[in-house]
Ligand binder design. Structure first.
Ligand code: JHZ
Length: 395
C-alpha cells in the first residue's frame, strides 16, 4: 500500500481452497492457493502475500448478511446513530439523506436504512444475491473510481461494512469514494480491527477474501493520500471486533478518538514485529488443541455437528487438519449453502432440522462471533458446545 519492500512474513497457514467455494459434490475437484501474512515495517499494514482474482471469489457469493439477527440490529442501530449524530453536522436541514452502500450483499443494511427514511442505493457485484427489499435499486458492479466517475453521484453518506479488507487497489477504491461524496458528505467504513484479531487469536478470519488487516495508522495515511480525512473512530463488537471510521473531504474537527486509538496501538506493541511473532506461536497452539479435541471426542464415539458454515469456520477446519470423520455435518440456515460440501474437508452442509434428527452430543460453533444467537437457537437440545476461538474450550 505504501510501496515499501520492507515486508516481513509472520504467519504461514499453508495451502487451502477458497473458503466460500462450496462444492456441489464431495468428489468435485478444487484448486488450492497458498496463504500467508506479512507486516509492512514502514506503514504497519498487514497484508496477504497472495491475491486471488476478485472475479473468482465474488461474482457469485453464498454469504447472506441478513441471516443474522445480530447483524440486522447492528445496521438498524447504525442508521439511527448517523441520523441523530452525524447528519446534523452536514447542515442539510430536513432533506432526506442520500446513502450509497458499497458491496451491499443482500441489501440487508439498506433495508434497515430505508426503513428509517434514507434514500438508498446499493453497489454489489454478485449476480446471485437477491435483495431483501426489491424496492431498493442495486447497481451490479465492483466499486471503482471509474464507476463513481461514470455515474456522477453526490451522496451524503457512503458506507462500506466489511469491504475494505477485500479490496486490492485501495487507492482506486477510495478515490472513487472521494468522487461520489457530496462536499460535506461522510464515508463510514467498518473493518475488522487487527488488535482484536491478534489479541483474541482470530486467525480463522485470515483467508483469501481478506487481503488487508487494519490498524488505524495505515488507514489514516491511505485515506489522506486519497483526499479523505478520518475524523472519528468507534469500536463495535460485531464480527469479533470492528472499528468504524468516519471520513470526509470536508475538514470536520477531529474527535479525541483518533488520537486515543493511535496511542492504544503504540502502547500495545502493534508497531513491533515481536507482537506478531507471539501471535503466530499462539496460532500453532490453538490449531493443535482444536485438532486434538475433535480427534479425542471422535475416539470416544461421540457425535459432533457444527453450526455456521462460515468462511472463517471452513478456514479453521482446513488450517487445523480436521478430518471428515470427526465432524458429522454443519448446519447453516442459508439456503444457498445447504446441500453443498465444505471445500477441503468435504463435510456436508445441512439445514437446521438435522440437529433434531441426528441428536449430536456436541455442537461446534464455527460462527463463534454469533455464539449467543446460535446457543439460543439450540439450547433446548441439551448439548455441549465447542468454542474454538479465542482459545479452544467446551462449555
Ligand atoms: P459469519 C463473512 O464471513 C464473509 P463469515 C465476509 N468475507 C466477511 O468479511 C465477513 O462475513 C464479515 C450462518 N448462520 O457472518 C450464516 C446461521 O446459519 O460469521 C453464515 O453462513 N444461523 C463477507 O462467513 C454463518 O453462520 C444463524 O442464526 O466468516 C456466519 O458467518 C446465524 C447467526 C448464522 O461470516
Amino acid at each position: 500500500m505504501c510501496k515499501s519492500t520492507k515486508l516481513t512474513r509472520y504467519l504461514d497457514l499453508g495451502e487451502v481452497p477458497l473458503a466460500n467455494s462450496l462444492l456441489g459434490h464431495p468428489d468435485d475437484g478444487e484448486r488450492t492457493y497458498p496463504i500467508s501474512l506479512s507486516l509492512c515495517e514502514d506503514c504497519y499494514m498487514s497484508q496477504l502475500d497472495q491475491v486471488v482474482s476478485p472475479a473468482i471469489m465474488f461474482n457469485e457469493y453464498n454469504y447472506h448478511s441478513a441471516i443474522s439477527m445480530t447483524f440486522r440490529s447492528h445496521c438498524a442501530e447504525m442508521a439511527r446513530h448517523l441520523l441523530k449524530n452525524f447528519y446534523p453536522l452536514q447542515e442539510q436541514g430536513d432533506r432526506q439523506p442520500e446513502l450509497l452502500d458499497i458491496a451491499s450483499n443482500d441489501s440487508c443494511l439498506l433495508n434497515e436504512f430505508s426503513n428509517q427514511g434514507y434514500f438508498c442505493l446499493g453497489i454489489e457485484p454478485a449476480k446471485n444475491l437477491n435483495r431483501c427489499n426489491p424496492a431498493i435499486h442495486v447497481v451490479r458492479d465492483f466499486w471503482s473510481y471509474k464507476l463513481a466517475h461514470g455515474h456522477g453521484w453526490q451522496k451524503d453518506f457512503i458506507i462500506a461494512t466489511n469491504v475494505l479488507a477485500h479490496v486490492d487497489d485501495l487507492h482506486d477504491f477510495l478515490r472513487g469514494v472521494h468522487k461520489a461524496l457530496s462536499d460535506k458528505g461522510m464515508f463510514i467504513a467498518e473493518v475488522p480491527y487487527l488488535p482484536n484479531l491478534i489479541s483474541k487469536n482470530q486467525f480463522d478470519t485470515i483467508y483469501h477474501e481478506h487481503l488487508s488487516y487494519f490498524l488505524l495508522a495505515p488507514l489514516l495515511r491511505i485515506f489522506r493520500e486519497c483526499g479523505l480525512h478520518i475524523f472519528h473512530v468507534e469500536q463495535y463488537s460485531i464480527h469479533g471486533g470492528n472499528i468504524r471510521i468516519y471520513a470526509a473531504k470536508h475538514q470536520y474537527p477531529r474527535y479525541k478518538s483518533v488520537k486515543t486509538t493511535i496511542h492504544f496501538e503504540e502502547e500495545r506493541g502493534y508497531y513491533q514485529l515481536a507482537t506478531y511473532d507471539r501471535f503466530s506461536e499462539r496460532v500453532n497452539r490453538i490449531k493443535n488443541d482444536f485438532h486434538t479435541l475433535l480427534e479425542d471426542i471422535s475416539f470416544q464415539g461421540k457425535k459432533v455437528m457444527a453450526y455456521g458454515a462460515s468462511a472463517k469456520g471452513i478456514s479453521l477446519l482446513n488450517y487445523s487438519g480436521i478430518q471428515k470423520k470427526w465432524l458429522h455435518s454443519i448446519v447453516d440456515d442459508t439456503p444457498n449453502k445447504q446441500g453443498k460440501f465444505t471445500p477441503g474437508t468435504r463435510i456436508p452442509i445441512v439445514d437446521y432440522s438435522h440437529f433434531e434428527a441426528q441428536k449430536p452430543e456436541y455442537i461446534l460453533l464455527l460462527a463463534w462471533n454469533f455464539a449467543d444467537e446460535l446457543i439460543n437457537k439450540t439450547k433446548h437440545l441439551g448439548v455441549q458446545y465447542i468454542v474454538p476461538i479465542p482459545n479452544v474450550r467446551v462449555i
